[in-house]
Each structure stands twice: as C-alpha cells, then as structure tokens.
Unconditional design. Structure first.
Length: 363
C-alpha cells in the first residue's frame, strides 16, 4: 500500500483509477485491458507529479524528506557497497543501533561507511530509535573514523536524523561532549570525507557526522538547526506555523546551496526518491564516484586544508565580512594575547605584582 502526503490527493485518485484500469475484472462488463486509457491516465499522473514537485514549498519539502517510503541509509549501504562488514560498539558503554558503521568496497576500493538509520517499520524504528543517536553511537563513529584515518581509507556517511537523542540517559553519558568530539574528529581527519543528507539533517545530531570535505543533499532533503515545528513554537508560539518557520529557516537544498552550506544537490526522480529507487541509486553512486575522484590526487595536508577552508568560507561575502583571503582570517588578538607573546613583559608584570603584594603584607 502506497503512502501519500496531504498535497498528493490528486495523484492518489489518479493512481487508484490506474489500478482499476489495469485490473478490468474488478469492473462489471470489462474483460480486457484498456491500454489507451491506461496510457492517458499515466500521462496525467506524470504531469501532476511534475506540477506538484516543481513548486514545493519548504514545508512540503520537509514532508517529502520525512516520507515513510523514502530510501533509508541501510538501503543505500546494501545496494552501493560490496563486502560490507558492520562493526559494533564504542568500547566504552555499548552499541547504538541508530548508526550503522563498517567497512566495504566501492569501485573495488576500501571505504568506511556510516549511516544514520531510522528503520522501515514500527519495530525497526523502535530498535533504531528513529535515527536519533545516543552518545555511544557518536563514540562508535569516532572509533571507526580514526581507524579509517589510520589506514588511509575514505569515509562516506549518510545523514538522516531528526536530531541527537535528548533522553536523560543520553545526557548522563555525555551527549553534548560526544557530539563535540565527533565534530572535532571529523575536522582532523586526513582522508577524504563525503556526507550525503538523504532525508532529515537535524541540528548537531547531523553535523556531528557532516563536518566533511563535501556535503551533498538529495534534492528533497532538509538540513537545519531545529525542526520547523520547534522553530514555530519558539518564535511564533504556534507549532502550526510550520510553513512560515521552514521558509525563514532556509532548510531546502536549493537555499543551502545558494548559501554555500552544501556543495552539491543530487537530483531525485519526479515525485521523490521513493518513486524510483533504482534511479536515485544511480544518481548517488555517480555523485560518490565523482567526489572521491576529486580528492584522488590530493595529499593529506591538502585534504585537511580543503575541509578547513570550506567551513571558514561559510558566511563570507554574505554580509558578515568582506575578507575573502582565508589565509588572513584570524581573530584580532586581545591585549592579553599580545602580552603573552612577549616574555620580558610577563616577567616585568609578575615582578611588579610580587613587589606590590610584599609591600601590602608589610603594611
């Protein structure tokens, strides 16, 4: 049974009509397939999908990104990588099933694959915690990324999470610290890293794995610091104002590409990635290959500098600063920093403070 979004009612009606035409024995008086009408209705469906999906507003895009039938990380891992061997545990606390991690082959080359997995049905969604990672998930990712870095193996991560898990147990085990350490690890890696946002890219839970050389997005995915519902509740005091919130947040792939937050948009089939999974597989495979080839001639320092400059350039020439030379970007040194550079001044100031303290004691 297909799942339809609330703005796809016309498509649902047409597809129901198409199913009846393809099975004429459900209708009285018909004994053969009406190919002419089938072709006509199929064309109407295609036209309607093009009309709808070429004019999606940000909230509708959010709904598509959360679609139940949308391909998940496990689907991409199973179909894009050969000889995949999953690895478990963070070596501190336990296993987090919301993140799949392991080594496999892509075009006969070794690769580390990480994927935030939401699950496909109720049981698997509960098991995967709806894609919300706990601290042990981030620490497992750190362990695997360091292992890949040691053996010079590129990293590809699939991002699909509403955010990091905010439960009491997760906070007690250091959720914020684990996210921060994961971001730090990503920025220090000397191997190429590619992150692909395939559904939701929610806040720190996503950026903990998406601090990469290349950040790619499927056309109808989203990437934001908070959910539209959360933003609407905070700013408008009304969780129903999701359209206004999602528009203001600029969470769509086109908005983020214009802001230089991401590097590439991977096109989806008309109607979303769930309508033609073979096509989206081909598109993602081509994009991964192209981006891995981009780094094939770079040495370790060039890869690190590429990642550093990518994130330093975010916001530049967008009204924050006029500086474009990233090598000159630095914080203005304060008086204390300047003093620290000069050891003679430090010794002099220390001697004066010691002398004054001695005088005060005597008095």
């Amino acid at each position: 049974m297909k799942n339809y979004l609330n703005f796809e009612t016309d498509v649902k009606n047409l597809e129901n009509e198409l199913e009846k035409l393809k099975d004429p024995y459900n209708q009285e008086g018909l004994s053969e397939v009406d190919t002419k009408n089938i072709s006509k209705v199929q064309n109407e469906i295609d036209d309607k999908l093009k009309e709808i999906y070429s004019n999606l507003n940000p909230w509708q895009t959010t709904q598509v990104a959360r679609h139940e039938d949308r391909p998940k990380a496990k689907f991409f891992i199973d179909n894009l990588f050969e000889d995949f061997i999953p690895l478990s545990g963070d070596r501190f606390y336990g296993e987090d099933k919301s993140i799949i991690g392991g080594f496999g082959k892509f075009n006969n080359n070794s690769i580390l694959v990480l994927g935030q997995e939401k699950g496909d049905n109720l049981d698997s969604r509960i098991e995967r915690n709806f894609g919300m990672m706990r601290p042990e998930g981030y620490r497992k990712s750190i362990r695997l990324m360091k292992l890949a870095d040691k053996f010079n193996i590129p990293i590809v991560s699939f991002i699909d999470t509403p955010g990091a898990y905010p439960g009491v147990g997760a906070e007690e085990r250091g959720q914020a610290e684990a996210i921060a350490k994961s971001i730090e690890c990503c920025m220090e890696l000397s191997v190429p890293t590619i992150s692909i946002i395939i559904g939701e890219g929610g806040s720190g839970g996503a950026i903990a794995l998406a601090s990469s050389n290349k950040v790619l997005m499927l056309q109808n995915s989203i990437y934001s610091v908070i959910s539209p519902e959360g933003c609407a509740t905070i700013l408008w005091r009304d969780p129903k104002k999701t359209l206004e919130a999602s528009t203001a947040m600029k969470l769509s792939s086109n908005d983020l590409l214009n802001l230089n937050i991401i590097d590439e948009i991977i096109p989806e089939p008309i109607g979303g990635a769930h309508r033609d999974k073979d096509l989206i597989l081909d598109n993602v495979r081509s994009s991964i290959k192209k981006n891995l080839d981009f780094f094939s001639t770079m040495d370790k320092n060039e890869i690190i500098n590429h990642r550093k400059n990518k994130f330093l350039s975010i916001g530049r020439n967008k009204g924050f600063t006029k500086t474009t030379d990233l090598e000159k970007l630095s914080m203005e040194k304060g008086l204390l920093q300047k003093l620290v550079k000069n050891q003679k001044i430090i010794y002099l100031v220390s001697a004066i403070i010691l002398f004054l303290s001695f005088i005060i004691i005597l008095l």
